[in-house]
Design a protein. Structure first.
Lengths: 417, 417
DNA sequence: CTGGCTTTGTACCGGCGATGAATAAAACAC
DNA sequence: GTGTTTTATTCATCGCCGGTACAAAGCCAG
């Protein structure tokens, strides 16, 4: 009678102390020393030092007392903080039109090991994901690393919170396949997340998640690539067919209320354009993808899985051909119109382009920037930096980011068990 | 010698304890009792009780021991938590095509006093803002309340962080007028923020800010109106001319990297439409505003400042006229197309419409919902709730929210001085 | 080479807010 | 009335963080 302690509160589990933010700063390379960590966190040196010591004790970062490079500094040299290259990893997996890929990725976005596994993708997601996870398990056995989570990138919008692939592109999966749960089940079966020493089950905080490949590429570019430091990053990219987009706000992926945001393919850019399966005509999706480019250049389109490569080759080796150049100009203008519309709606502080769009930007940066500036309402928008993506395998690194997130949010909970 | 204390850290000033979140919960009506406050904050009852006591001591909320209404409850009845109706206020000001308005607004979005001040808006923003502030100062003298900040709503995009009005609509201001600084200067001159007892200067934390009227209306709808509880709220509304939009993410206004986001007026909805000043044709801006409606209904448009009222009258009293109904259908379909495009990009969990769009929704809710569902890619998006706004003077309330924000973030700092 | 100067890393204490348990209070059910 | 349930309040305690002092490690001037 009396003390019923407390009705269970819906605890927010806000990450204990500044451990998480500190790890994120080191993870993204924004805190090379304890001193800047102190400034970035807004805490005292004492606290920053304690936090760094704890992260080191957890085996996540290293502290190198060697004076760090920039010799011109006054005062006592800083010790170098870095991600521990021998630390734990996560499993990153990607399924795309050409096959699949698995990798182990450490903190800092460093790819530790990869297994290509290029094969045709069968119609049953269960088989592919089993194969991917098996490849990852092999990598893990070979490396002896501890694995803290797993992330999967798929060429489809992923509905949240269900984790289902709504419109798998060019992999013959059924729409609505529960890829997240299938992936999770395969990972559980493989026992990847089991703590190596203790024979325990998977740690409770470990994440096994799935996301759209372009969303994840954007996340990777934000953390480790051309989007570093952006607070409001828009990414637009093509695969072989279609156009995808992603938005990273304040360091977090903006997936909308149900994971379906940034379906940017259906912004209208050409009133007389080709009909699109969405019902309109002249959508970004059908006007600026590799098929549109190859066609506009008057070439015979090859097989679908090679359209991106064919477009690349055209741009890089036959740009002197007027037909190719005109086609590039046409696509650049239409892409510029689409991006301008997105700028008017989202007002990003940076735009990063991937796939064919990246190639088009490289081919004629000024034309694209001018097109965006001209069609976006504000003169200021003309100064939105438009950059090519800088990471290879960025979807893979992004899938790893997904799996790292719980660790970055609360390292103690994710490791301590 | 020796201890140099600490190099000045860029302190994050994260709000002391859970005081701010607690006040926000009471402010938005989501915490009617200490018990739900406990749950919402995820703290213990002890903490929630202490926090409530402190807010009461600060004169911001009241605690009413009277058992609160819902008689069916088990156990000891809760005390009612409410915003203190005698508490401090902020000055809210709005300038629009028809004139200006000033009001005192308390916590909870309650308008305490208003001064209409309907007159023509002179071309010099300094004069209007002086008049608005003078009206507000009169209200303050009459009420004897303490004023904690001031917010201004203007019919223009406001660039951040400059606080300049980039495209004032239908008030003859120069583009780029520094309205925020002018407003701030007038408020300072009027001595509104001076603490009544102490003859001190304005408290350092007090906010004097300006924002776009539709953005602020969206903020008000989110906190106190049809957008309550939404995590991803899209608002679209018309004035007399043109279309504006706003997005509220996780309770914060998303203004983009430089305050220019959600310029939704230039989404294309009619390839053969009227030319728009943006260079395209058939933009939402010129296809779904009151002028477009009056014209489509075959009526002679009246003076610009009465177009919205003229449209309202047509819809409400002459909807039986086939010309009016057809015009409404046409605009609904185009609005639906535009909203569908925004849904594909933003994936909101709710849409709130204002101005003429609200009237169009009221006139034929099912047609608009169907149009959005049909044109947005995902079946799920068809279930996006589309609601009319529920607040009168919502821009004014939103301007007040702007001024309340520092108090909600850290009540102690904002009041204690 | 020696003694300031500057910046970085560490030890210690104290404050403050939150937790957790126990107790009191106020209704409803029987 | 008595027991049950839910809510409010008091109190001891814990842990994170801030502030201070001090030690360490390189430049620079003489």
């Amino acid at each position: 009678m009396g003390g019923v302690t407390q009705t269970r509160t819906t605890r927010l589990e806000r990450g204990r102390s500044a451990l998480g933010p500190a790890l994120e700063l080191v993870h993204t390379g924004r805190a090379p020393t304890r001193a800047v960590l102190t400034n970035q966190l807004g805490v005292t040196r004492a606290t920053a030092g304690a936090v760094a010591a704890e992260l080191q004790a957890l085996g996540l970062i290293t502290v190198d007392p060697r004076p760090g490079g920039a010799g011109g500094a006054q005062g006592r040299p800083s010790h170098r903080l870095a991600v521990d290259p021998e630390g734990p990893v996560v499993l990153a997996a990607q399924v795309h039109a050409d096959g699949f890929r698995a990798a182990l990725v450490g903190l800092g976005g460093r790819i530790v090991a990869t297994a290509p596994g290029c094969q045709d993708v069968p119609a049953d997601p269960g088989h592919v994901l089993a194969a991917v996870v098996e490849a990852g398990a092999g990598l893990l056995r070979a490396s002896g690393r501890r694995c803290l989570g797993a992330g999967l990138a798929v060429p489809s919008a992923v509905a949240e919170p269900e984790g289902t692939a709504l419109n798998p592109l060019h992999v013959a999966w059924p729409a609505g396949a529960p890829v997240r749960d299938i992936f999770r089940e395969r990972v559980r079966e493989a026992g990847i997340l089991r703590h190596p020493e203790g024979g325990d089950e998977a740690p409770p905080g470990a994440a096994v998640l799935a996301g759209n490949d372009i969303n994840l590429a954007a996340l990777a570019e934000h953390r480790h690539g051309a989007g570093r430091g952006s607070r409001d990053l828009l990414c637009v990219a093509t695969g072989h067919r279609g156009v995808g987009g992603a938005l990273v706000l304040d360091g977090r992926l903006h997936t909308g209320s149900s994971g379906l945001a940034l379906e940017v393919g259906h912004v209208a850019v050409n009133p007389e354009g080709r009909p699109c399966h969405c019902g309109n005509r002249g959508c970004l999706d059908v006007e600026t993808d590799p098929l549109a480019f190859v066609t506009a250049a008057g070439r015979e389109p090859g097989p679908e899985v090679s359209l991106l490569q064919q477009s690349r080759d055209l741009l890089r080796t036959e740009y002197a051909d007027p037909a190719v150049r005109d086609a590039a100009h046409l696509l650049v203008d239409r892409l510029g119109l689409g991006l301008a519309g997105l700028v008017n709606i989202l007002n990003p502080d940076r735009i990063v382009l991937g796939g064919l769009h990246q190639e088009l930007l490289d081919a004629d940066p000024e034309r694209l920037r001018a097109a965006v500036a001209e069609r976006s309402l504000w003169g200021r928008s003309g100064s939105v930096p438009i950059l090519p993506s800088t990471l290879g395998h960025n979807s893979l690194v992004g899938a790893a980011e997904l799996a790292w997130q719980p660790v970055l949010d609360d390292p103690l909970a994710a490791l301590g068990g």
